[in-house]
Ligand binder design. Structure first.
Ligand SMILES: Cc1cc2nc3c(=O)[nH]c(=O)nc-3n(C[C@H](O)[C@H](O)[C@H](O)COP(=O)(O)OP(=O)(O)OC[C@H]3O[C@@H](n4cnc5c(N)ncnc54)[C@H](O)[C@@H]3O)c2cc1C
Length: 415
């Protein structure tokens, strides 16, 4: 087969694309992954900080860990899965002046989740903000936490979609980084980096995939682009696929950004402890001290707050965090930390955000986005997962499923 003709082209080398490529490779199909960045992993990205520590700027937690396939992926690469529990599930992990309110907050958010989970299956969709108890004083913080896990404020998020999300409540980490584990899937894979796909033309007998480096042809393609990238690229498909562009725009990427700071006197904080910047505001950060015992503070910012912090980059995010931390721990805290790293996922042209949520009324768009076109154009990526959207393992599973579907279609075509 000439160099640029393949059975399957995979667009994007994140968790979904790499999972698809492995499946195709294991079954002997000729394939290539086309990736716009110069690295694999996409929104899974472990970096080495200036103080030598590994840190995940994208996904860090193996959610629903006991059934999460990425735990096995990490272990198969001799990486270490750490099973110590996350601070958000332990009131005792809270530090700072608000720590005595941590128990009350966990109860309040538990009642909110209960209202989400016990909605009748046939109840019309509403924005999650409609499920807040009107007299709950901790509502702003429940909203802040929504911006961490949905990437968006409650009034933007579909209750039906949130109810569908499956979470066993078990969360593990990978000591060397979850991003490193996902990127490890790229070892030995056929990937062209720095190769953004500009168009996928399905008017001929074979698909034509146009890139900056030339045109490839394939019998089938698996598209794993983030939903906002699809929504912003109506010319990606020829002929156009307005139902895909529309579904993607109904599953926008929320925003979550992380800031890493070096903690210069780590002994002052317990391992894996946490504080909210301000328990009375929704535009506030969550700060995890000494994650995995490391001399770090990981700041987590969501939604509109994260959006505004991206304008100031590392210095601006550090300024904001320091303001909140000094408010909690006093002026001496200025000398306790220094900035190390920040990544703005909204400003990242190949992500355009952090993870998808569904707008109220549009939870069903996940299936529309995931549906195959003409039995030769397949879709994967976290936004295509109805039950594990927004996660790395959800992306991985959709990638594997898309590869299986593409292989079945090719077998049908061969017959
Ligand atoms: C701050 C943050 C924290 C998170 N925390 C967690 C967590 O704790 N646990 C968890 O499970 N998940 C978490 N997530 C979500 C998780 O990272 C994503 O859901 C998952 O990595 C998405 O994988 P994907 O393959 O669907 O998409 P991506 O990883 O975005 O892969 C798509 C790929 O397509 C590439 N691409 C874009 N445009 C083009 C183009 N034109 N041509 C070719 N390639 C292109 C991109 O560069 C990218 O590599 C987090 C994400 C962020 C940002």
């Amino acid at each position: 087969m000439p160099h640029d003709e393949f059975d399957v082209v995979v667009v994007g080398a994140g968790a979904a694309g790499l999972a698809a490529a492995r499946r195709l490779g294991a079954n002997g199909l000729s394939h290539i992954v086309l990736e716009a960045r110069d690295r694999p992993g996409g929104r899974a990205w472990t970096v080495r900080l200036a103080n030598g520590e590994a840190a995940d700027l994208g996904c860090g937690w193996l959610h629903s860990a006991e059934t999460n396939p990425l735990a096995g992926v990490a272990e198969s690469q001799a990486l270490t899965v750490d099973k110590s529990p996350p601070p958000w599930g332990r009131a005792a992990a809270q530090v700072g002046p608000h720590r005595e309110r941590a128990g009350a907050f966990m109860e309040a958010i538990g009642r909110f989740r209960e209202r989400v989970e016990t909605r009748p299956a046939d109840a019309p969709d509403v924005a999650c903000s409609a499920l807040l108890a009107p007299d709950e004083p901790l509502n702003p913080l429940i909203d802040a936490v929504s911006t961490y896990y949905s990437g968006a404020e409650l009034e933007k998020v579909s209750a039906v979609d949130l109810q569908a999300y499956e979470d066993s409540g078990v969360n593990w980490r990978v000591r060397e980084g979850l991003g490193a584990a996902v990127a490890g899937l790229a070892r030995g894979a056929a990937i062209r980096y720095s190769c953004p796909v500009r168009a996928i033309d399905r008017r001929g007998a074979r698909l034509s995939i146009e890139t900056d480096g030339g045109t490839l042809t394939a019998a089938a393609a698996i598209v794993t682009l983030p939903s906002d990238v699809i929504a912003a690229s109506p010319d990606l498909f020829r002929p156009a696929l307005p139902e895909k562009t529309e579904a993607a725009s109904r599953l926008p990427l929320g925003l979550a950004d992380k800031l890493y700071m070096e903690l210069l006197a780590p002994g002052d904080f317990p391992v894996d402890s946490r504080a909210f910047g301000d328990m009375g505001r929704r535009a506030t950060g969550a700060y995890q001290f000494r994650p995995l015992g490391r001399p770090l503070v990981e700041g987590y910012f969501g939604g509109e707050l994260a959006q505004s912090l991206e304008r100031g980059g590392l210095a601006g995010a550090f300024d904001f965090a320091l303001g909140e931390l000094v408010g909690l721990f006093g002026g001496d805290f200025r000398r306790a930390v220094r900035p190390l790293a920040f990544h703005g996922w909204r400003s990242d042209p190949f992500a355009m955000g952090a993870y998808s949520y569904a707008r109220p009324g549009f939870a069903g768009s996940r299936l529309t986005l995931a549906a195959a076109v003409d039995d030769r154009l397949f879709f994967a990526g976290e936004a295509c997962s109805p039950l594990s959207y927004s996660t790395a393992h959800g992306a991985y599973l959709t990638g594997r499923a898309a590869a299986e579907a593409a292989m079945r279609a090719l077998r049908r075509g061969a017959r």
